[in-house]
Write a protein that binds this ligand. Sequence first.
Ligand code: SAH
Length: 457
Amino acid sequence: MKNTPVQKNQELEVTVEDLSYQGRGVAKVDHYPLFIDDALPSEKILAHVMKASRNYGFAKVIKRYNDSPDRQLDSESAYLQTGIAPLQHLKYEAQLRFKQQQIEELLHKAHLDQIAVASTRGMAEPLHYRNKAQIPVRMVNGQLETGFFRQRSHQFVPMHDFLIQDPRIDQVLEAVQAVLREFEVPAYNERQHSGVIRHIVIRRGHYSGQVMVTLVTRSRKLPAGTQLAQQIMSHCQDVVSVYQNINADKTNVIMGKQEKLLAGKPQIEDQLNGIKFAISPRSFFQVNSLQTEKIYQYVAEAAQLSGKETVIDAYCGIGTISLSLAKKAKQVYGVEIVADAIKDAKQNAVLNGITNAEFKVAAAEEQFGKWASAGLKPDIVVFDPPRKGLETKVLENTLTLAPKKIVYVSCNPATLVRDLQFLTENGYQVTGPIQPFDQFPQTNHVESVTVLERTEK
Ligand code: SAH
């Protein structure tokens, strides 16, 4: 093995130069990058090397000699280590700048410096914003505990105040935990692939206050499932729906493909910008409701609809963007791969009296081919893909569909920039700066909206 400039367990003094996209401090030792948790640029650190692989290493802070002016001094490191809030040690204004710079740097690397990035639109209260929690459950000293796994490890840390979740979700979680203990339901044991409860998933409508609890189990059997669910509902009046979801696989994917309603209603309801939505347990729903409303308003403004337009909403989930544009468009088509989400989308159209939105269950890469062959001519395409961005087939068929305008909502700047490279080389230009929105405060996730127009008429 090549000699590395630092060895495991070595202690050394370094000055942090940069912040990685994951929010770790980066120090260089003879050009060799050392990644350090809870360390910010300009801070001088006594570091202990935890791991030294060929091209980079990880270290932890033994002593910090000075504080960066961007350091949030009252942060609690437990959250940083567990990875719930990896940017919590950075002042909020600096977090917003960091996210803008992430996109700028990626554009620069792709030689797209001509595209500008606006300042990130943040939250007034950047805590307790998540309307959904997915909490792992394990046995600790013979007792069922909820908590978190430490970053880069399998160490389970019991935890009760999750800082970035809706505080009511934390309370319901406590109640669910107490009921599971009372019924002596064993938690999942990963090593032996035994036990029952793997995760507790809780969703709460930001406006409706309705709560859905999903118990993710390894086994099909959940002893006294119905009584347990009723007990949860009697302790928490706002819980209107309790599900069991079965995930028998050895996997880190949280939800399995089967579920059973144990008590209450099959969906919870909530709203965004005054539009009502029914939400099923496995349907995607944006986790930060207040910021999502701002994003959808921005998308609607960018679309500049007059009532004559045909719009495609690709990766539409339960139809949130489709339905927020439908009232001002002639026709909206949504496509989404999760069948339950499309069922929700259709129901949501009815719920809001919207008749000009049509939804298809399909992979976008397949459906775009079909629409292109059918000669569909959308005026506007809205993209809101998962982290992996747009498939080549989607991009190529978009050129055939030839919309005048594309509005690209992205949760991953790396794939956004990759896709912008393709689109700007193939007849589209970015109009105005990319607009980042802080959808996930205290974390390193970067959400943004980009508007493109076709250059050839
Ligand atoms: N626009 C929606 C959902 C965005 S999340 C909202 O704002 O709520 C991305 C969605 O893409 C998820 O619902 C996911 O199920 C869906 N998805 C993932 N891969 C897909 C694919 N290949 N084709 C279509 N939809 C896909």
